[in-house]
Write a protein that binds this ligand. Structure first.
Ligand code: ADP
Length: 479
C-alpha cells in the first residue's frame, strides 16, 4: 500500500465539465493536496469532453462490470493536465448524454444507474491499485463507502465531502435491485429515507470521515432548517463531521493574469478599463453608475425570489445591474420581463465562463442573497477581482464575508455588505447601504483594495484536509 496515493472522485471537474462550484473545487483542491500527497482525479468521461484537445487516451481493454443482473462495458482513460493526472470512466450509459445531470438539474430518471456505475468503476480501480485514500464528493460518489464494506481486502480509507446537502441522490426503492445492492442496507441507519433509496446517506454512514465546505454550514446542517431531513442522521454521525472552508484557485481566478480580460489588472484602478469595455459590449447606458452583478444558478437556493422582488426598486436607484445565470425557467422568465422593462437591468442567460470573468472584473458589487450557501466561491472570486460582495449572513458566506461596519485593515478577512433576513426588504436596505458606501469612495476603495490582497487560496484549508488525512492514517487502515 502506497502511503501517499489519493484518488479524488467527482462528477464534475474544471475544465472538463462544470455546472457549479464543485467543478472548481475538484480542480483546485487536489492541486493544493498534491504538494503533500500524490493525487489522481477521477471523473466520468462525458461525451462532450474533447478527447483530442486534452489528449485523453484509453488505458487497457474495455471490461464488464456486473451491476444487478446486467453487465456494463467500462473503459478507463487518462490524461495529464497542468502536471496532474486525470483519470476517466467511460461507459455509454453514464457518459453519452447531452447534460451532466439532466432536465435542468432535476436529473435524468436513470441517474441512479449512471452514477452507481461510476462508483463501481472506482471500486474496480481500488481493487487493482493501492490508493491510501479515496476522497469522494457529493451524492454521485456516495455509494462507494458502502461498496467498500464488502471488500475487506481493500485497505483504502474514505473521506466524503458534502458540497450541498440539498442534492442527496434519492431514488425509488426498486433501484436497489438494478444497483446490485443488498436489501439488508435498506434501513433507516443506512440507505433508507422515507421509503426511498438515498445515496448521500450511504456516504455519511460508511465514510471514515465526513467533511463539509464551511464551519458554519457544518453546524447548520445539524438543524431542521438546513438539514434537508438528514439533521438527525448527521447529528448521530457528528463525531466524524467537520467543516473546512473552500478556497479558490488563485491562478484560475487571477485578475492580473486573466487572459479573458480586456485589460488584466493588479489594483483597483485597473478595473476601469474592464468596466467601460464590458458596458460598451452590452450597450449599457450611463456607464459611470456603480455596477452590481449576479452570477449563479437560477435556483431557490441562490435567493432568486429575493432578487426578483428587489429588482424593480433597485432599477430606480443610481446603479446598473447585470445578471448571468442558468437554471429554472420561471426565474429566467421573470428576469427577462424585468430586463425588458428597465434600461439599467441586463440579463444574459446560459452558462458562460468567459463572460463571468469579464463581469467579475467590471463590477463594483456582487449580489449573493442566498437562502442557504454551503460555502460559495463566487463571493471570494468577486473580492479577489475587487468587487464588493453583498451577501446574506448564512453558511460559508458568514465565514468568508464580514460586514464593512467592523472593517479592520490589519485582519486577513474579506469585507462586504452583510444582511440577515431572507427577504427583499433586507436586500434593498443592503443595496442602499452599498450605494452610500460607494458614494464615500475613500472607505469603499480602502475595503476593496484590502479584499483584493486577502488570501482566498487553498493554503490554509488544504493544510486542514491534509491534517484529516493524517489523522485517518493514524487511526489505522480499514479491515
Ligand atoms: P454553486 O456551486 O452553488 O453553484 P459557487 O458560488 O460555489 O456556487 O460556485 C459557482 C461557480 O460557478 C463560480 O465559479 C461562478 O462564477 C460559476 N458560475 C455559476 N453560474 C455561472 C454561469 N451561468 N456562467 C458562468 N459561470 C457561472
Amino acid at each position: 500500500m502506497s502511503d501517499t496515493r489519493v484518488l479524488f472522485a467527482a462528477s464534475e471537474v474544471y475544465p472538463f465539465a462544470k455546472s457549479g462550484g464543485l467543478a472548481d473545487v475538484a480542480y483546485s483542491l487536489p492541486r493544493a493536496l498534491n504538494e503533500t500527497y500524490d493525487v489522481d482525479v477521477i471523473m466520468p468521461l462525458y461525451q462532450f469532453i474533447d478527447r483530442e484537445v486534452f489528449c485523453i487516451e484509453a488505458v487497457g481493454e474495455t471490461f464488464d462490470i456486473m451491476m444487478g443482473e446486467r453487465a456494463y462495458p467500462i473503459t478507463l482513460y487518462i490524461c495529464k493536465y497542468k502536471n496532474m493526472t486525470y483519470r476517466f470512466v467511460y461507459t455509454p450509459m453514464l457518459c453519452d448524454r447531452a447534460f451532466l445531470y439532466g432536465p435542468s438539474q432535476g436529473g435524468y430518471a436513470d441517474n441512479d444507474i449512471r452514477f452507481a456505475l461510476f462508483n463501481y468503476a472506482i471500486l474496480e480501480i481500488l481493487k487493482r491499485e493501492p490508493y491510501v485514500f479515496v476522497h469522494l464528493n457529493d451524492w454521485q460518489t456516495a455509494l462507494l463507502p458502502l461498496l467498500l464494506e464488502n471488500e475487506p481486502e481493500i485497505k483504502t480509507k474514505s473521506l466524503f465531502t458534502i458540497h450541498n446537502l440539498a442534492y442527496q441522490g434519492i431514488f425509488e426503492k426498486k433501484a436497489l435491485a438494478r444497483l446490485g445492492i443488498d436489501e439488508k442496507y435498506f434501513h433507516m441507519d443506512c440507505l433508507e429515507f422515507y421509503g426511498q433509496v438515498n445515496f448521500m446517506k450511504a456516504g455519511i454512514a460508511y465514510a471514515d470521515r465526513v467533511t463539509t465546505v464551511s464551519p458554519t454550514y457544518a453546524k447548520e446542517i445539524l438543524t431542521p432548517e438546513f438539514g434537508c431531513g438528514l439533521e438527525g442522521f448527521l447529528q448521530y454521525h457528528s463525531a466524524k463531521l467537520i467543516g473546512i472552508v473552500n478556497g479558490i484557485d488563485t491562478e484560475q481566478f487571477s485578475p492580473s493574469s486573466d487572459k479573458i480580460l480586456v485589460s488584466p489588472y493588479k489594483d483597483l484602478r485597473g478595473k476601469e478599463a474592464n468596466k467601460s469595455a464590458f458596458l460598451k459590449e452590452i450597450k449599457m447606458k450611463e456607464p459611470q453608475r456603480p455596477l452590481m452583478i449576479f452570477i449563479g444558478r437560477f435556483t431557490w437556493q441562490k435567493g432568486l425570489e429575493i432578487l426578483i422582488d428587489a429588482l424593480p426598486e433597485m432599477a430606480l436607484m443610481e446603479c446598473n445591474i447585470v445578471v448571468l445565470g442558468d437554471g429554472e425557467a420561471k426565474y429566467h422568465d421573470a428576469l427577462e420581463v424585468l430586463a425588458k422593462k428597465h434600461d439599467n437591468i441586463y440579463l444574459e442567460s446560459g452558462y458562460n465562463e468567459a463572460l463571468s470573468h469579464r463581469m467579475y472584473a467590471a463590477s463594483d458589487f456582487f449580489l449573493m442573497p442566498s437562502l442557504f450557501e454551503p460555502c460559495g466561491l463566487a463571493q471570494m472570486i468577486a473580492m479577489h477581482y475587487g468587487s464588493m460582495p453583498i451577501v446574506r449572513s448564512v453558511g460559508g458566506l458568514a465565514d468568508t464575508v464580514h460586514d464593512h461596519a467592523v472593517f479592520d485593515r490589519k485582519s486577513q478577512k474579506g469585507y462586504g455588505i452583510v444582511f440577515e433576513k431572507a427577504d427583499h426588504h433586507a436586500l434593498l436596505s443592503a443595496v442602499t447601504n452599498a450605494l452610500e458606501l460607494y458614494g464615500t469612495k475613500t472607505q469603499y476603495n480602502l475595503i476593496v483594495k484590502h479584499n483584493m490582497l486577502c488570501d482566498f487560496s487553498w493554503r490554509e484549508s488544504g493544510e486542514m484536509y491534509i491534517k484529516e488525512y493524517k489523522k485517518l492514517k493514524e487511526e489505522g487502515y480499514r479491515g
